[in-house]
Design a protein around this ligand. Structure first.
Ligand code: PEP
Length: 261
């Protein structure tokens, strides 16, 4: 199955209007400099909410897509102070949104069910959710990686099955395997560790729908750098990366995109 690789940058709570302009210009110039070489990866950048509209203007006319870092689990409009609806993200130019990042799960108490609801809300708004799953270090050490990741994935699949969207809408999602112990720590999963979990995730999806299992893109995230990206992306079930820290440096991010080529 030929899956187009994707590289998405999660800027987290970083940036300013000036810094974002410089970063986006650097990324666009870097990608332009290497375009034409080969059919390349799909590229997404995910700045903080308040900068999305301005980022959309800067990216206009380019192939770089825009994503948000979170979305409200409720659709439409309403009394949800501080929340941002999927329709609003679409309105300002987003095509993608990260849901269930481990920082949201750990720091803001987002449960598997809550992440599943956000996935449905994103899909209902016409966004591509980048759904994050991943185990804690103690869970890995206890040999529970597949169980934890399988549970997180199952919640999303069950919610889709039980909604009018149906399991077929999983085809419109991207999944990101992000072992929590590898995020922002400099300790990357080995390519073999990543492949093992990606193959497990794909297998679980194949059980539900073989076609979707074969075509869905599975990103790896956790301390990906220009220096380790090629090896990770070379694994058969790793279809690109979700990049945190390294997405804040244009040259490094472009080199990672090139590695996903
Ligand atoms: C992330 O937060 O999604 C991430 C992968 O971060 P980092 O690349 O900095 O480990």
């Amino acid at each position: 199955m030929n899956r187009r690789p994707m590289v998405a940058g999660n800027w987290k709570m970083h940036g300013s209007r000036a810094a974002n302009a410089a970063l986006l210009d650097g990324v666009l110039a870097g990608l332009r400099a290497r375009s034409g070489a080969r059919a390349s990866a799909e590229v997404v950048v995910c700045p903080p909410f308040v900068y999305l509209a301005e980022a959309a203007q800067r990216l206009a006319g380019s192939a770089v897509l825009l994503g948000a870092q979170d979305v409200c689990a409720e659709s439409g409009q309403g009394a949800f102070t501080g929340e941002v609806a999927g329709s609003m993200l679409r309105d300002v130019g987003c095509s993608h949104v990260i849901v269930g990042h481990s920082e949201r799960r750990a720091l803001y108490g987002e449960s598997d069910e809550w992440v599943a609801r956000k996935t449905l809300a994103a899909l209902a708004a016409g966004l591509t959710p980048i759904v994050c799953v991943g185990e804690l270090l103690e869970e890995r050490d206890a040999g529970r990686t597949h169980e934890v990741v399988g549970r997180q994935l199952a919640a999303v699949m069950a919610a889709l099955r039980g909604s009018e969207l149906g399991l077929t809408s999983l085809a419109r999602c991207v999944l990101a395997y992000e072992p929590v112990w590898a995020i922002g720590t400099g300790r990357t999963a080995t390519p073999e560790q990543a492949q093992d979990v990606h193959a497990y995730i794909r297998g679980r999806i194949v059980e539900g729908d073989a076609t979707i299992g074969g075509s869905i893109r599975l990103l790896y995230g956790g301390s990906v750098k220009a220096g380790n990206a090629r090896e990770l992306f070379g694994m058969p079930d790793v279809d690109g990366g979700l990049i945190g820290g390294a997405s804040l440096k244009a040259e490094e991010f472009v080199a990672i995109v090139a590695a996903a080529g």
